[in-house]
Design a protein around this ligand. Structure first.
Ligand code: SF4
Ligand code: SF4
Length: 116
């Protein structure tokens, strides 16, 4: 499952540069699928609709850093453990129960975002 950042976050910024998927954003900042990935053009999410990779999507938190769950792979494909959780000084990067995904799902997501 994707990770989430809780309200315990102290906005230190340590996690943001560690994310291999550029899934972590500053509070209030719009996020894009194309940031730090090879995604481009229209992305078809079936019944959920079509989103362009360069669309600026609404920040998920205006107070503390946030993780875009659609881009988080638990670092699968890059690292053996979630890097945000590893560096966070207050241990506020935790699994997000709203996004249950298997390791296979996460590996598929990683491959989708990073075409070599
Ligand atoms: Fe990024 Fe990894 Fe943290 Fe997910 S677990 S937000 S991919 S650093
Ligand atoms: Fe917040 Fe932890 Fe990231 Fe620092 S490392 S910005 S406290 S989530």
């Amino acid at each position: 499952m994707a990770l989430m950042i809780t309200d315990e976050c102290i906005n230190c910024g340590a996690c943001e540069p560690e994310c291999p998927n550029t899934a972590i954003y500053e509070p209030g900042v719009a996020w894009k699928f194309s940031d730090g990935t090879t995604l481009s053009g229209d992305l078809d999410f079936g019944e959920a609709g079509v989103i362009n990779a360069d669309d600026e999507l609404e920040a998920l938190n205006d107070e503390v850093y946030f993780i875009a769950p659609s881009k988080c792979t638990e670092c699968i494909g890059f690292h053996e453990e979630p890097q945000c959780a590893a560096v966070c000084p207050v241990d506020c990067c935790v699994p997000d129960p709203e996004y249950p995904e298997s390791e296979e799902d996460l590996a598929t997501k990683q491959a989708w975002m990073h075409v070599s």
